[in-house]
Design a protein around this ligand. Structure first.
Ligand code: AMP
Length: 492
């Protein structure tokens, strides 16, 4: 059951107000999907479908705002899955030809209804809405400054600074106010904003998170991934470029002044490894093809004699197919996943995660019994899932279990919008490959090398690979100013 936040007609939402400075424990980490539709009557219904396709990007909260031709904003947000948050009654209230939506996941401290997006406020120029995917690395810094200046925040969400920056800009036109606000932001943001029926779509200058542009009928669609365009029957036009600021009103679109160029672009390679849907295209490559290429490369780097290759479903299916193809070992369905419980990792507490790993997968005894099994997973984070799976597979009769990971060891937390635990909790940060193998109880363990992974998709690079390499392309302003307790990543 979802909990509803509020339904507000013709005005912005009012919620519990909090003027206190940011709490260090409150910093939310974002994993999100965004969606916007312009110039198409019934925009909210289309945005709803798009959000439905983006559900994998965030399962804790969903929200939408629609603007009618008098620029009235109608908002509906709630905790839960898209299909639970929006029923036909809620959708029927979201009238107009402009809509903007969001799905969100956040960790314990940052969860809750008051952080659900889009954020909608009324300011001097009318109703302003923002939906953001990514993590600002200077949100605490900006927020502290804004609070000192008298700004009042409703949530602990890093995206809320954006509406304050727009509202406080001294520029006369909305275009310049938005330009002004964007120049203050550091880190990762793929963002859609709306002021009345005018939409703005923006990607930070390094392009960490995806954002694509599509056309449907006479209007435009903007979404985190192409799978959201497919569900609408919208035509993919192109990726929104790093640093690009698009202004869309109805069927008209133009580019505004771009953000200052970055030395190099750094789209997140973990989107290709795990986060995006395999039927999406990201940065010019098919996610499915990228994962298959990772799997093929993994088979070349870490061959092993075995009777079958199985995937940890569903995120490793494509990589396991690639491994099977390159090794010539038959692909089997040896693990079944219960589809009705959501992603285990994407539950806010550690207790949930441990429990989730146990209830999520079931081994197929007939496939595994007496067999030497290569099991492919897309990534190892804490090792919780694999530890349980190896146990289940051995109990189901597997003679040998060879774990192959279609990415390098995750060693460092992400500050740009992928939820990762602290460095201490990352199994790859402190243990060697042999120690991890012993810890998980596998007969052998092989990770894809960083070089192998990047070479497999070099046409889409260079990438941000900070979670694997510890090299962070955008300054970690808040961390450097001591806003985040402990060492780097202790809380982010
Ligand atoms: P763990 O059990 O902590 O090692 O998590 C590894 C599993 O979680 C892998 O099977 C991945 O498919 C999945 N995973 C990796 N990164 C994430 C993430 N940021 N959010 C949710 N799931 C993830």
């Amino acid at each position: 059951m979802s909990r509803r936040l509020d339904v507000v007609s013709g005005t912005s939402p009012s919620g519990p107000r909090d003027a206190s400075p940011p709490s260090l424990d409150d910093k939310p980490r974002e994993e999100c999907g965004v969606m916007a539709v312009s110039g198409i009557e019934g925009a909210a219904e289309l945005a709803f479908l798009g959000l439905y396709a983006l559900q994998h990007r965030g399962q804790e909260a969903a929200g939408m705002v629609a603007f009618d031709d008098e620029a009235n904003a109608r908002v509906h947000k709630g905790l839960g899955l898209v299909a639970d948050v929006f029923d036909s009654e809620a959708l029927s209230r979201l009238t107009g030809s402009t809509a903007l939506g969001h799905v969100r996941y956040s960790t314990a401290g940052g969860g809750g209804a008051r952080n659900a997006q889009p954020i909608v406020v009324r300011y001097a120029e009318g109703e302003l809405a923002v939906a953001h995917n990514g993590n600002l690395t200077n949100a605490h810094d900006l927020r502290t400054w804004l609070v000192k200046e008298g700004a009042i925040f409703q949530g602990t969400n890093d995206s809320e600074v954006v509406v304050h920056l727009v509202a406080r800009s001294r520029h006369e036109s909305v275009d310049l106010q938005i330009d002004d606000a964007l120049t203050h932001l550091e880190g990762a943001f793929s963002m859609v904003l709306a002021v009345g029926e005018t939409l703005y779509a923006v990607r930070d200058r390094r392009g960490f998170r995806p954002l694509v542009l599509g056309r449907k009928d006479k209007g435009y669609v903007v979404a985190s991934e192409t799978c959201a365009l497919d569900i609408l029957g919208a035509e993919y036009v192109r990726d929104i470029e790093p640093g690009e600021v698009l202004k869309i009103r109805g069927s008209r679109m133009r580019r505004l002044r771009p953000l200052p160029p970055a030395e190099k672009h750094s789209p997140c390679i973990f989107e290709l490894v795990y986060f995006a849907r395999p039927d999406s295209r990201l940065w010019g490559v098919s996610v499915d093809r990228a994962r298959r290429a990772f799997g093929r490369r993994l088979a070349e780097e870490h061959p092993v004699p075995a009777d079958c290759v199985i995937a940890v479903p569903d995120s490793a299916n494509s990589a396991a197919l690639g491994y099977a193809e390159a090794s010539g070992i038959p692909y089997e369905l040896g693990l079944l996943r219960n589809h009705y419980i959501g992603r285990t990792f994407i539950k806010p507490s550690q207790a949930d995660r441990d429990f989730g790993a146990r209830i999520k997968y079931n081994p197929v005894r007939e496939v595994l019994d007496g067999k030497r099994v290569v099991v492919v997973d897309d990534s190892l984070v804490r090792g919780t899932t694999s530890r349980s799976l190896v146990k289940f597979m051995k109990e189901a009769g597997a003679a040998e279990v060879h774990l192959r990971i279609a990415s390098p060891p995750v060693k460092s937390p992400c500050f740009y919008g992928i939820d990762m635990p602290s460095r201490e909790e990352l199994i790859g940060s402190s243990l060697s490959v042999d120690e991890i193998a012993a810890e998980l109880g596998v007969d052998s363990l092989g990770y894809l090398s960083l070089e192998g992974m990047e070479t497999a998709v070099e046409e889409a690079g260079p990438f941000c690979n900070a979670c694997f390499s510890g090299e962070y392309p955008a300054p970690l302003v808040d961390v450097e100013k001591g806003f985040v307790p402990g060492n780097v990543g202790a809380h982010c």
